[in-house]
Design a protein. Structure first.
Lengths: 721, 138
């Protein structure tokens, strides 16, 4: 078959498919321009069909060839007219009279095309012996309408159409510009191919290879339409494409296997129908992987954007937004955005309440002039505007009114940004996300923005959470510090007593000796007696200073801040004794007796020694405080081999049911103002849990309270070691 | 002239021992006891010129002892000697309740304490007097 005729078949298939596609998937708006473009492709299809036919006849079938020539040229006439109309419509231009004129002219052309074999339009055919098929002979009668059509429609109309398109490209920015660029490129492809097809009419017999361009231009056009949403097309075609692909391949394989199989089976078992069995088997095997393969291919090439979005959203929801640690969150956010969207620079500004400004919290700068802003003043024009408008800015612009007012253009330029999105949580603008240009130099599309805006919203929430978490951690540290101070306060009263007494006694003994000497009270005593006296006093002094030293040792071992958590094998009984010994004196003074049931042999637990002491101290102190007059505190330790149980019971006032529910809440206190911060038990619970223990409380108002703590025993193997 | 009588109450035995050693050789009648109950017992039997009281004690606290004593002998001089330190709050409260002086442990000087005791006794109506007494700081 002729190469030209092959190009015609391809042209028919491509153009007809695009026509059907455009009509079938016209968007909700039912834009006339989409229909007009469908008209263009349909006319183009007519040309190809006609051309296929008229080149198929031998020299004898002049009449048939002439009919198909008429058919083909009908298509040719309307291709140009509809194309021009499409451009006018698409660009929303007003060319009413011109359009009437053009349609009038095209009708005249069509009329003379079909009316008779007039010398006005087609005139005559000539059999081009070099190609072995008929072609139009425009020179024989110098057909005036054909010349008019050729010159005006193809050179002026189409040329003018392209001028309009290029003008529109120049005027437009951003997304629109992209759309038009691609589309113009795609159709130019077809029109360039169309022009050499006139040469043969003027007896310049160059083989019409150029028709391939006419045949194939629907492919780039379709690509532009889908990829850049040039027309109002609903993208439901993905499935169609996959289905078509699956169908084509499956059908091909099925037929192939069936055909080859039938030959083989014919020869072997004389029954060709058995071939269906392996065919079906093969199809069943390849169907799923094939579908997946095709979906991936279409996703990757045709819907590359959507593919990236999926990746973006997946990364964000799984990896980024779940991060609670503030610094990690902001850096991950920026890095991932830059990486996935392939941006030249990405900046994240976050509100800093102290400085009343938005500070650069994280950035990725790959291509930049180097003088990027790091601080946006709270009342700067950009921040002010964004806070009020709550709108994003697309610097390259779109068809929508998202262009920033000129006064903030400068600031935006200094950010070297292409897209600025405010991060808004409730009513606060917590930050500003500034995305630089894409490395591909493509502009941000509406699709980008549709994905990025909700992402920014979620990001605002994540950032707010992380900020709160950071503040909470700080507050907790402060609270723990306050609580420590309270502990020291309680201790110091007792400690003071324990230190002041021995010091006073030691000092008093020395002073007594000196005064007695000075006042002559020792007069008459032998030097030996005096020496004995002095020795006795010194022993007393040493004893008392030792007492004071001991208590300071205990205190320092208790209050020394732990460097991080140090997990130790700990004997709960020993730690409990340390704490009790610190409080014992106070307890005695307060008429509280401690009744200990601490077995000598208890399995060790793994915990932080200091934290454990803190827990016991807090609970016992609470018990002491709950006892108004006299009372008892029972401390029982026990173990079942797997766990160690600590029970601390007091005969104090107990806690009301209401209070019991809130007992572990921060700032809950039943004590008088100034006596407790209400953080003790809150911190106790946290520390217990940190050391993998549990704490529960039972209490009866007026009778007392029991705290039950459990800790896991260190594994027996470790214990043996 | 009879000797000044002093009662020292403190659960810190060695401290009362120290006071006893000091005051006895200097011609004072000093009794010591280690808790609130026995102090009250002694006080019901005998009126002392000056009572030196510890504040925090097991059983009955110093302030309780003081209040009961005041009921028995409204004009009796009570001096607190205590290590209880809460930035002066208790001290002020005690002084308001009619305590003669509040000395914080460790006492700075036995000599000063003696002066204070004499001064207190003088105010209590006896002729023996002292000069400006100094109360020690915490």
């Amino acid at each position: 078959m002729d190469i030209f005729r092959i190009s015609c078949i391809v042209g028919v298939i491509c153009n007809l498919s695009l026509t059907i596609f455009l009509i079938a998937f016209r968007g909700k708006k039912k834009e006339l321009s989409t229909l007009l473009f469908a008209g263009v492709t349909f006319s183009s299809c007519m040309w190809n069909l006609g051309a296929f036919m008229f080149t198929g006849f031998p020299q004898a079938s002049y009449n048939m060839a002439f009919f198909w020539m008429q058919f083909a040229y009908t298509g040719a006439i309307f291709t140009a007219v509809l194309f021009f109309h499409f451009i006018v419509r698409y660009l929303n231009l007003n060319r009413k009279y011109l359009m009437v004129l053009i349609y009038g002219a095209s009708l005249v052309c069509t009329y003379f095309n079909w009316y008779d074999r007039s010398r006005y339009f087609l005139g005559d055919l000539r059999f081009v012996s070099k190609f072995q098929f008929y072609w139009l002979d425009a020179l024989k009668y110098k057909n005036p309408l054909y010349f008019a059509f050729y010159v005006s429609f193809f050179w002026i109309l189409v040329g003018y159409g392209f001028v309009l398109l290029i003008q529109a490209i120049r005027r437009s920015t951003g997304q629109t510009r992209n759309k038009l660029k691609f589309f113009t490129f795609a159709v130019a492809f077809g029109w360039i191919g169309a022009n050499p097809l006139f040469l043969q009419a003027f007896r310049i017999d160059i083989y019409p290879y150029a028709n391939f361009l006419v045949a194939l231009y629907p492919l780039p056009a379709a690509y532009a339409i889908i990829r850049h949403k040039v027309m109002d097309i609903e993208v439901v075609i993905k499935k169609t494409l996959i289905f078509a692909g699956v169908f084509a391949v499956a059908f091909g394989v099925f037929t192939g296997v069936a055909y080859l199989g039938s030959i083989w089976f014919e020869n072997v078992i004389k029954n060709r129908w058995v071939a269906l069995v392996p065919s079906v088997f093969v199809i069943v095997l390849i169907l799923r992987p094939l579908e997946k393969f095709l979906r991936d291919i279409t996703d990757k090439f045709l819907f590359q954007k959507q593919y990236d979005y999926k990746h973006l959203i997946k990364t964000f929801t799984k990896e980024v937004l779940t991060v609670i640690e503030f610094n990690d969150l902001v850096h991950l956010t920026v890095n991932k955005l830059a990486e996935i969207l392939k941006l030249e620079n990405t900046l994240l500004f976050l509100y800093d309440a102290e400085g009343e400004q938005y500070r650069l919290a994280a950035s990725v700068l790959e291509e930049t002039s180097g003088n990027i802003l790091t601080v946006l003043e709270e009342n700067g024009s950009l921040t002010e505007y964004m806070r009020k408008s709550r709108e994003y800015f697309l610097l390259e612009g779109t068809e929508q009114q998202k262009n920033p007012p000129p006064r903030i253009q400068k600031e935006l330029q200094e950010l070297e940004t292409a897209l600025v999105i405010p991060l808004i949580h409730h009513d606060n603008m917590v930050g500003i996300l500034s995305l630089g240009k894409k490395k591909s130099d493509e502009d941000f599309t509406q699709d980008d923005i549709d994905v990025l805006l909700p992402l920014a919203n979620t990001l605002s929430i994540a950032i707010t959470n992380a900020t709160l978490f950071k503040e909470l951690s700080k507050a907790q540290a402060r609270a723990a510090q306050r609580e420590k101070m309270a502990v020291i306060g309680t201790l110091s009263a007792g400690i003071n007593h324990e230190i002041c007494n021995p010091l006073g006694i030691a000092r008093g003994q020395c002073e007594l000796f000196l005064l007695n000497m000075a006042e002559g009270i020792y007069k008459g005593k032998s030097s030996e007696e005096l020496l004995d006296k002095a020795q006795e006093i010194m022993r007393k002094v040493i004893h008392e200073t030792d007492r004071a030293t001991l208590i300071t040792r205990k205190l320092s071992s208790f209050a020394k801040p732990a460097k991080g958590e140090v997990l130790d094998n700990i004997s709960l009984g020993k730690e409990m004794e340390v704490v009790i010994s610190l409080l014992e004196h106070d307890l005695k003074l307060d008429n509280i007796s401690i009744i200990k049931e601490i077995p000598e042999k208890l399995p060790n637990i793994s915990a932080d020694r200091k934290q454990l002491q803190e827990i016991f101290f807090n609970i016992i102190r609470n018990a002491v405080q709950s006892i108004k007059d006299t009372g008892k505190i029972f401390i029982r330790l026990s173990s079942d081999g797997k766990k160690v149980y600590v029970e601390i019971e007091d005969t104090g006032e107990g806690i009301s049911k209401h209070g019991l529910n809130q007992i572990f809440d921060p700032f809950f206190t039943t004590k008088d103002p100034g006596e407790g911060t209400g953080l003790g038990l809150y911190i106790v619970k946290q520390i217990v849990e940190k050391n993998k223990g549990t704490i529960t409380v039972r209490s009866e108002h007026g009778k007392g309270t029991i705290f039950l703590l459990t800790f896991n025993v260190v594994k027996p193997i470790e214990e043996k070691q | 002239m009879r000797n000044l009588s002093i009662l020292s109450v403190d659960d810190e035995k060695k401290f009362t021992e120290l006071l006893k050693q000091y005051f006895e050789v200097r011609g004072y009648d000093i009794d010591v006891t280690y808790d609130g109950f026995s102090a009250l017992e002694l006080l019901t039997r005998k009126k002392y010129d000056v009572v030196l009281l510890d504040l925090k004690m097991a059983g009955i606290n110093g302030d309780e002892v003081m209040r009961r004593t005041k009921k028995l002998y409204p004009d009796m001089r009570v001096i607190f000697i205590s290590a209880y330190c809460d930035s002066g709050k208790t001290k002020d409260r005690m002084l308001e309740e009619g305590v003669y002086a509040y000395v914080e442990k460790p006492i700075e000087s036995l000599k000063d304490l003696e002066v204070l005791v004499n001064k207190a006794a003088a105010r209590g109506g006896l002729e023996k007097g002292g000069d400006n007494a100094k109360t020690a700081g915490c």
